[in-house]
Design a protein around this ligand. Structure first.
Ligand code: ATP
Length: 138
């Protein structure tokens, strides 16, 4: 049997993933990174985006994360995210509504830097949720 690594994706609300996996790809702040067993330890912040992993049967999975931190150890990847959903748990209508709301705010609030920035990040979250939902089914 191939060597596996433990993947934990945790939010303040729940464990989203707790599984032995073959490989993990995650959206690091300095760029996308991949982790196989025996990886050198490191710590990084994460961007809004998708975690892709292959489970012990090589089946691909996608999990949306709204930023956070990843700790990589030789036998474990722990991801602490502000929010995260497996692809199948993404409410696509809610994400599309959030996208529309953010677009309207960006059009209306151009003079207000704080609201503009919040709307820009909300827009990015919604776009990345939609992208994760539209990734190959898992
Ligand atoms: P919204 O404006 O729709 O609340 P948001 O990007 O502001 O979206 P977050 O702050 O990232 O939402 O998340 C708040 C909580 O709602 C988290 O528990 C997150 O997992 C959940 N959540 C947000 N959007 C979705 C979605 N489209 N599908 C499933 N869960 C979602």
């Amino acid at each position: 049997m191939a060597e596996l690594i433990r993947l934990e994706v945790v939010t303040p609300e729940k464990f989203v993933v707790s599984e032995d996996v073959e490989i993990v790809m995650a959206p690091g702040s300095l760029g996308q990174f991949g982790v196989l067993p025996d990886h050198t330890p490191f710590l990084t912040s994460l961007k809004i985006g998708s975690i892709h992993y292959r489970d012990a049967k090589s089946k691909p999975h996608v999990v949306f994360v709204s930023g956070g931190f990843a700790e990589v150890l030789p036998d474990r990847v722990t991801i602490l995210a502000e929010s995260a959903e497996r692809r199948r748990d993404i409410d696509i209508d809610r994400a599309r509504a959030a996208l529309e709301r953010a677009q309207k705010r960006l059009a209306a609030d151009k003079a207000d830097n704080i609201n503009f920035e919040r709307a820009r990040i909300a827009l990015y979250r919604a776009m990345e949720r939609i992208k994760a939902f539209e990734a190959a089914r898992n």
